[in-house]
Structure formats: C-alpha cells, structure tokens
Design a protein around this ligand. Structure first.
Ligand code: WT7
Length: 646
C-alpha cells in the first residue's frame, strides 16, 4: 500500500496549542536542556513546596535511579480537584455512562471533591496511612476514580487489578503489594452480564492473608456474603464521615500507584509510578496530544484496570480540569452503534480507543456508524497495538467523516504516558506510524548487538534518557527492574518493542520482540499462560506463542504435550481453555490449542519458540535452521498436525 500522508490542515495549525514550529523549538530544548525545559513545564501543576532540582537520573548499569523534581512536595488529589474549585466547582468533571443506556450521570468538580473527601476519611478511619497499599478491584463506575483519588489524597498507594482477572491473579497481586485494604463492588455489569466481583475477592482472600478490610460498593444489588468485622458497605461507611479531608503533602518521589503488567517471566511485575513527574507528564501529554481545550468533552474507552485508564481517564484529564467520560459497558451493547450513540448523547469532541475495537466494528460495515451524527468529533486517537493503515483510514473516513486527525499514541505501562505520538496541529500523519517523539523523549533503534543505527533503520526500540513519567522501579525488586529494562542494552531503557524509522524520522512500531504478546491491546506473557496450562493435571508441557488474528491483533496459540496415557480430544481442549480462564482470566483464553507429542528443543532442552511461532503463522516453508534440535522429526509432526487442522 502506498504511503498516504495526511498533512496538518491550516485550521488545525491555527487552533492547536502546539504548531509545527513550536514542536520543533520545544523538542530541541527538551532534549538538549531538559533541566530548563522541565523546570518550566513542571510549573503546570501546583506544588506545596516548589522544587529546586529538576532531573536527577541515571541509566548506568548497576546504578539505575530516576528522580524528578525530587525536593518538591504536592498532592495529586489537590491538583486534580481542589485547585479547580474556585472556577470549576459546577463544571462536570466526570460524565459516567452506564452499561445500560438509560443510566448516566454528571459529576461536578465540587461533587468529586465531596465524594473523594468522604472516601479518604473512610480509609483513614480504618487505619490506612501514607505509603500503605490499597487494592482496587472495581468495575468502571465513578467510585473507581473516587478510590484512586482518595488514596492519593491521603498518600496511600493504589494498586488496581483489572476486574476481568481471576481470584488467583487477584490474590497474587494482593500478596505482592502487601495490601491490607481492598475496595470492590458486589458485581460488575458489562454488556448486560454480571461479573461476581465480591465473590472473586472472597475466593482470593481464602488464598492470601493480611487483608483486614473490604469495602464493597453496591452496584447491582446482587446477593453477596459479607464477613462481619472485615467487610463493610461503601454507602454505609460514608454516612459516618464528613466530606472534608486534608490533602496530605507528599514528596514528588513518593509512590502514587503500583500497576501489575506482564513480562517475559511467569510472574507479573509491579510497575511503580511516583507522584510529581508522573502528574506533570500525564497532564502535559493529555493536553497537547489531544489538544484539549476549555469546554471539550473527552472520552477514552479504556478500563481503569490498565495504565491507559490511570493516565488518560483519570489523572491527565482531571489535572487539566477537563470533562472526562467514563464508560461502564462494551462497544456492542445494546447494539453495535453504542460508541457513536454515546458520542452523540454527550457531544464528545475527542475520542480515544484501541485498534481491536475498530477492527471488530469494521466487520459490521459503515451503516451502524453512519446512521449516527458524530458531528461533535474533532479528534480521534488509537492506542495499545499497531494500527493497520487500512484500519486507520477506515477510522478516519467512516468514524471521523474524513475530517478528524488520528493520534496513534505509542507508550507502555512502564512509560506512564505517551512517548511517540503525533501532535495534531504540528505533525503530518502517516497511517500506521506513531510518528515522532514527544517532548523530552530520545528514542533510538539498535541492532541485536546494541549498535545504534542512524537514519532509516529497523531494529529494537530503546530510549536513551529519562522522561518524568517513567516508572521508578518494580515494586520490591529494584534488581529485577534493572535487569529487565537496562541490562539488554546497557545505558538505555529497552522497550521490548521492535521499530522501523523511515527517511522522515517517523517511527513505525512493529510489535513486541520478547515473549510478550498483545491480545486485543492487552499484554500477556506467554510464560504466564504456560504456567497455567502445566498446572493442569493432564498436561505435561506447554509452549505458547502469538499468531496473527484478524480482530485481536494477536491470538494465543498453545502447544500442549499431555501426560503419559492421556488422549487428546476436543473435550480436553475445551477443558483446558476453561482452566486457563479460571486460572488467569478470560483475556488469557487460548484461541488455538494444538496437542503435540513433543516440542522442538535444543540439545540443552530449550524450547525453540522461533519454530513454534512460524508454524502458528503457517510459515512452514520458512522454519529456519532446525539442525540444532535434539529431535528434528518433532517439527514434521507439528507441521503435519497444524496442516491437518485447516
Ligand atoms: C505495549 C505496551 C500504554 C498503552 C496501552 C498498552 C504496544 C501500545 C501502541 C501503538 C503500536 C503499541 C507495544 C507496547 N503498543 N501502543 N500505538 N502502536 N504498539 O500498555 O499493556 O503496557 O502494553 O503495547 O507493544 O510495548 P501495555
């Protein structure tokens, strides 16, 4: 497909906060003199005690530390709420759109203040102190945002577990974080179906000790067990307290949240983000990349269980005094026009979603989109995985009526905010490219030996210097932090992604180069799925790889070797899929399971995933060198089996 460039229109260059000239000037300063640049832009948020030091960071092997604005003090809830009250008390902070279209509400900044204050008091009265971890396992209801901000208000550290995760996954995250307090709901509601959140918490707490309090939001009114002394209803607890709670002064480098994400090993990593640099970066990227201006209605369709929800539903928008929409439901309920009905209902100006959602809506054709108005839309965004140029063009033409720019934002849980992204008034767009680095970001492309490649090149993507939103550590394991991100290419942060840079300096993300796969924009470690599979009594060995999937981007392909005497069957296949769902959660369900009498291994016993990936991709002619395998005939068997399934 030929490269189609969408130039910045005159109208956009004029109206946008950042034009091409400003982008170039600011970018140049941000990378040559980060202290001056960030010293200036750090002032976009309120500090109780202003910082005098700006950047203090090192990517040096064995001595990685990242500190920004380190002697400043602030409070995130103060920045997201209190400082707006003098002029925005009656402005809508959050528009909540329920799963059922008949349910929605507007929450003003004043109401947000009151709800967050009372919850902060509930937490404090039950002994939650600065630095304590609080686990949130909540559906997309306003209480999720209240809980995040209430933690921030008292200096507690929230750790959200996506409500689609299993009791086991929840238990291991509660344990790793050492949380004593859990906030959940009776049930979640998605696409008309109920999710038993409180029952999942009960199951998780049978496996992990140390949780003294469970606060339960009544969402559906469904039946739940309440354990006396431990479990308390949210609506009863807030009746006992006032809405005034002091926003405690915390240091810029005090933790704000921990969020677990998948890596190459079986154990999820607790990504630790701190306060000052994160908030500066979240608010600045949100404002400039979405060109957020006074009065705009902004909607990010992510879930607060992922980093996108943290930075671009809650912290970035609220720090900017924005109106942010929070959606409980799914794109296909009650029907496939839901996204666009919500856009029209609330006159959304800026809409941000994932390619997987667009791809699945594309299947139903243009009519479900075109029958809605969408006249309010000015800008579209994409995140989570590479967006195919065809999908990009459809998104712009059909959803954006050929008039909206699309910002394809590349970033990660670890980066806190956007690293490579267009600015709609400054950067010409190439469908499929995340375009150019944001202020302060220094990307580089390296080959497998770590040699930095100049000019047009393809290789592994690293970032050579720190930016304020960067994660600070893996919770409780700084050594693992250094080894995971800074050991592969010493002196640089390794993203785990591959990328190509073209002659214009534009970046094209090609996908993960490690054992992480991206399923519907959700990150999954192949090792996690493998551990779940081998925990099944009939499974002796498992190897999991990604393969191209029309809707999900990547699907989960599992090769499974059974225990002696066990027979492969479709029934067992179904049992294994259900097993993985139960062990990890529905997002980890294998799409394909191939029973394999043996897996291709080197003589030292290492599984050769490269070959398994090729077979899963149907690239049989291109298996590469198989001569180092202990038993090369295993491969023929796998290929035969795969072909028989077509
Ligand atoms: C991985 C990070 C923070 C965004 C939500 C996912 C992939 C993310 C893009 C994009 C191509 C993308 C990368 C990255 N990714 N955005 N615009 N284009 N790939 O966060 O779960 O931490 O996953 O998502 O592979 O490494 P995450």
């Amino acid at each position: 497909m030929s490269e189609h460039i969408h130039k910045v229109t005159e109208e956009w260059a004029k109206r946008a906060l950042i034009d091409a000239k400003t982008y170039q000037e600011w970018y140049a300063q941000s990378v040559t003199d980060p202290d001056t640049f960030w010293g200036e832009h750090g002032k976009r948020i309120d500090w109780f005690k202003p910082y005098t030091k700006v950047k203090d960071t090192s990517f040096a092997p064995g001595n990685v530390f990242i500190r920004w604005f380190e002697d400043g003090t602030l409070n995130v809830a103060h920045n997201c709420i209190d400082r707006h009250l003098p002029h925005r008390a009656n402005q809508t902070a959050i528009i909540w759109e329920g799963d059922d279209p008949s349910e929605s509400k507007h929450i003003t900044y004043q109401e947000l203040h009151d709800r967050v204050g009372e919850l902060a008091n509930v937490l404090r009265n039950r002994g939650v102190e600065k630095g304590d971890r609080v686990t949130l396992y909540l559906p997309m209801i306003p209480e999720a945002a209240y809980a995040m901000l209430a933690c921030a208000r008292i200096g507690a550290v929230h750790t959200i577990v996506f409500a689609g995760f299993s009791p086991d996954s929840l238990a291991s995250r509660i344990e790793d974080a050492g949380s004593k307090f859990v906030i959940t709901a009776d049930e979640g509601l998605r696409g008309g179906r109920k999710v038993p959140l409180k029952a999942n918490v009960d199951a998780a707490l049978k496996r992990v000790a140390g949780v003294d309090h469970v606060l339960v939001v009544r969402r559906t009114g469904g039946d739940v067990d309440m354990e006396p002394g431990r479990d308390v209803w949210y609506h009863e607890a807030i009746e006992q307290v006032t809405t005034e709670a002091p926003a405690v002064e915390v240091n810029a480098e005090d933790p704000l949240f921990i969020l677990y994400t998948s890596g190459s090993t079986g154990k999820p990593k607790g990504v630790l983000h701190t306060t000052g640099g994160y908030l500066v970066y979240a608010s600045m990227t949100h404002q400039y990349v979405f060109d957020y201006q006074e009065g705009d209605v902004y909607w990010c369709t992510a879930d607060v269980g992922w980093v996108t929800g943290h930075t671009y539903i809650v912290y970035g928008p609220l720090a900017n005094g924005a109106t942010t929409l929070m959606f409980e439901g799914v794109p296909t309920y009650p029907d496939i026009s839901r996204f666009w009905q919500v856009v029209d209902k609330h006159k959304v100006n800026i809409f941000y979603t994932a390619p997987t959602a667009i791809r699945s809506l594309m299947q139903a054709g243009e009519e479900p989109v075109k029958k809605t108005s969408r006249a309010s839309l000015r800008l579209l965004g994409s995140v989570g995985e590479p967006i195919n140029p065809e999908v990009w063009e459809w998104y712009r033409r059909v959803v954006g009526d050929d008039r909206t720019p699309i910002v394809d934002t590349w970033w990660q849980t670890e980066t806190g905010g956007f690293l490579i992204t267009p600015l709609p008034g400054a950067i010409d767009l190439k469908p499929g490219s995340a375009t150019l680095p944001f202020f302060g970001v220094k990307p580089a492309i390296v080959d497998s030996e770590g040699k930095v490649l100049e000019g047009p090149a393809e290789g592994n993507l690293v970032i050579t210097d720190s930016w304020p939103g960067q994660m600070r550590s893996i919770y409780g394991d700084h050594k693992r932090f250094e080894e995971t991100y800074f050991a592969t290419y010493p002196g640089s942060y390794f993203t785990g992604d591959g990328a190509r840079r073209d002659a214009d300096g534009y970046y094209w993300i090609t996908g993960r180069v490690d054992d992480v796969i991206n399923v519907s924009g959700h990150r999954m470690g192949t090792a996690e799925v493998e551990s779940a599979l081998v925990a099944h009594p009939k499974v002796s060995e498992a190897a999991v790889v990604g393969y191209p999937h029309d809707i999900k981007g990547q699907g989960i392909y599992a090769y499974v070797t059974l225990m002696e005497g066990e027979e492969p069957s479709d029934e067992l296949r179904k049992e294994l899929v259900a097993w993985v769902r139960r062990e990890i959660g529905p997002i980890a369900s294998p799409d394909l399971i191939q029973f394999a009498p043996g897996l291709p291994k080197t003589r030292s016993g290492k599984i050769m995933r490269r070959i398994l990936r090729k077979i899963a991709e149907d690239e049989f002619g291109n298996l590469g060198d198989t001569s180092t395998l202990a038993d090369p005939s295993v491969v023929d068997d796998l290929v035969d089996n795969r072909q028989n399934r077509h």
